[in-house]
Design a protein around this ligand. Structure first.
Ligand SMILES: [Zn+2]
Length: 330
């Protein structure tokens, strides 16, 4: 989801490499880069947790962030039935209706939120790993951790574009994006937005932390977000603000770097009104998707083997049904 359109479809590398020496393409790339870097003003960012009704039509919304967007007051809200998020002027909301909180608590979003803060809090792969009911299809999630090499997975996006052309519908994909990746990959970020704007992709932006800490060789209990000194507010809210500054709307979903978490972090997500997304089909680890699976691959080039296997398995995965939006998990 976006509050601003992107321009251009520049490529820096990959199978269909474009030659930036061409003056036209170089200009397009410059434009795209400028667009991706161009920032909306986000100020006075704060965490809230308020249940409201939209004055116009009574829609139940949970407001979870408050800030000024280009100088205007805005809430980031989630529709508790559909899990769709958007920005709204707080004056369009009635947040004083006492029945709203009770209705939100029994809504799909309210129930999912409660379910996620229950023990036993495993350190590996806590969160939603599979659809809660029977569905026809799978959930494609691709992580954009900070990239160790410049190997954005164009082959993956080319394949998804082909599927969209074949079906005539945008392909649902949840992109777990870190703030650091966004800051360092203007052109790749723009490529994704362009595919979304061309209705080839239906993108859900999943928060993958801001700095995505990782120390090679460090044991899990002190690695990723569990590394001593990591500040949860900075990690959660930093990535959200990177998206908002580029006119993109964060979802209510969070993916833990390395799928590593603990009770404290699950409670932090709860306090931030977010839902953790795990995976039961991490393709690079040899886990095979079935109907309702949350598939995990990396789109940043950090795990090329996963994308290779995913593309090879695609005919089989397609027999399970289409890729579904994360809202269908519930
Ligand atoms: Zn990651």
């Amino acid at each position: 989801m976006s509050v601003a359109n992107g321009v251009g479809y520049p490529r820096r590398n990959g199978r269909n490499r474009m030659k930036l020496a061409s003056s036209f393409l170089f200009f397009t790339a410059l434009l795209a880069s400028a667009s991706a870097s161009a920032t909306r003003d986000v100020a006075h960012y704060s965490v809230i947790s308020i249940d409201c009704r939209e004055r116009e039509n009574g829609t139940l919304l949970h407001a979870f962030r408050s800030f000024h967007f280009d100088g205007l007051p805005r809430y980031l809200v989630v529709n508790v039935e559909t899990f769709e998020t958007r920005l709204i002027d707080p004056s369009f909301l009635n947040c004083k209706d006492p029945s709203a909180a009770a209705e939100v608590a029994t809504s799909p979003y309210g129930e999912a939120s409660r379910a996620e803060v229950r023990p036993p809090f495993p350190m590996h792969n806590d969160g939603i790993r599979h659809a809660s009911g029977p569905v026809q299809g799978t959930f494609l999630t691709a992580d954009l951790c900070p990239a160790s090499k410049e190997r954005f997975e164009y082959r993956l996006f080319d394949e998804l574009e082909k599927i969209a052309m074949k079906s005539g519908r945008p392909v649902s994909i949840a992109l777990s994006v870190s703030g650091k990746w966004i800051r360092q990959h203007d052109l790749d970020f723009e490529t994704i937005r362009r595919l979304r704007d061309m209705r080839k992709l239906d993108v859900t932006w999943v928060n993958h932390s801001d700095s995505h800490p990782y120390r090679k060789g460090q044991k899990y209990g002190q690695n990723f977000l569990l590394e001593p000194g990591v500040v949860p507010e900075r990690e959660i809210e930093g990535a959200e603000q990177e998206l908002l500054r580029r006119g993109e709307v964060p979802s209510v979903f969070f993916r833990f770097p390395g799928l590593v978490s603990n009770k404290k972090w699950i409670e932090e997500l709860g306090r931030h009104s977010l839902l953790p997304i795990g995976a039961d089909a991490w393709i690079a680890l040899g886990q095979k998707p079935v109907s309702g699976s949350v598939i995990l691959i990396h789109a940043n080039g950090n795990e090329p083997e996963g994308v290779r296997k995913f593309l090879k398995q695609m005919p089989e995965i397609e027999t399970l049904g289409p890729f579904l939006p994360l809202s269908s998990l519930f």
